[in-house]
Design a protein around this ligand. Structure first.
Ligand SMILES: Nc1ncnc2c1ncn2[C@@H]1O[C@H](COP(=O)(O)OP(=O)(O)O)[C@@H](O)[C@H]1O
Ligand SMILES: [Mg+2]
Length: 260
């Protein structure tokens, strides 16, 4: 077991407002976390710091045993897989699926004239198959459905064999079929030996993939509960997180929530 993320007393202040407040949280490499909270709770802010894309206003953050602010983030970033809608918008619509995934090996968007090693090509092929994209490898990214684009973003994020995989709302905007298909793939990945630590942001308990182990509930920049899902995802903690009485049920490893 080793620690991949360690946040201590982290405060994020933007425009004089506390977005994240006295936030302490750690993630080990054998854990798969789901982060749940209403819009504006600070989920993306936390994830962007974990991805070394932002710095906290105060407090300390360790990512893969490197202290943020005292380390070269450009060396750290290839060890971190990160997928979000904001990043997806930067993927050129006219790039092939294969190239979107393969260019991750060079941490660049858009294929110019890098000399691709056959090792990378073989790895890309394997990653494409793993995320059910092999039949789409030659399609242009812009022509894919939302669900397919989400799978491409995740495939790109895992292409470099990262030590942490961070996913910001990977299931947002998907239809039921596409959502379930993605949740199944995420479950399979979460349960595989050798998978890195995972942190996935979602708004819905229905979207917690089987195999995820821990939950972080955030509300208004503060932790409502954190730890193993079975102890921390409760009607009480959800009620506090969303500010309304919530009923929670579990069936076949999947959760469902609704207002009472
Ligand atoms: N750069 C910024 N400047 C000012 N406010 C920001 C900035 N980034 C985020 N916020 C605000 O911080 C709050 C938390 O944002 P975010 O982390 O994106 O929440 P979530 O992902 O949980 O919806 C929101 O109210 C958002 O408007
Ligand atoms: Mg967000």
């Amino acid at each position: 077991m080793s620690r991949v993320l360690d946040f201590r007393d982290v405060v994020v202040r933007r425009n004089g407002r506390h977005i994240v407040d006295e936030f302490t949280w750690s993630v080990d490499d054998d854990q798969r976390w789901v982060v749940i909270g209403p819009n504006g709770a600070g989920k993306t802010s936390v994830l962007r710091i974990a991805a070394t894309l932002d710095y906290p206003t105060s407090g300390s953050v360790n990512v893969l045993d490197e202290s943020l602010g005292r380390t070269d983030v450009f060396e750290l970033r290839p060890r971190i897989g990160f997928a979000s809608t904001a990043m997806a918008r930067r993927i050129p619509a006219d790039e092939t699926v294969r190239d979107v995934v393969m260019t991750a090996a060079y941490a660049v968007m858009g294929r110019w004239n890098e000399a691709y090693e056959s090792l990378d090509e073989r790895r890309a092929q394997r990653v494409l198959a793993e995320w059910k994209l092999d039949a789409l490898a030659d399609r242009l990214f812009g022509t894919l459905s939302d669900g397919e684009q989400k799978r491409v973003q995740i495939a790109r994020a895992v292409m470099t064999d990262p030590e942490i995989l961070l996913l910001d709302e990977p299931t947002a905007s998907l239809d039921l079929g596409a959502r379930e298909e993605l949740l199944q793939l995420l479950s399979g990945y979460a349960l595989e030996p050798g998978t890195p630590a995972m942190v996935m942001v979602t708004h819905h308990v229905e979207e917690i993939p089987v195999g995820f182990t821990h939950v972080l509930l955030l509300s208004d920049g503060k932790v409502v509960a954190q730890g193993p899902i079975e102890d921390n995802l409760t009607e009480e903690t959800l009620t506090e997180t969303f500010g309304m009485p919530i009923r929670l049920t579990k069936d076949d490893g999947r959760y469902a929530a609704r207002a009472v």
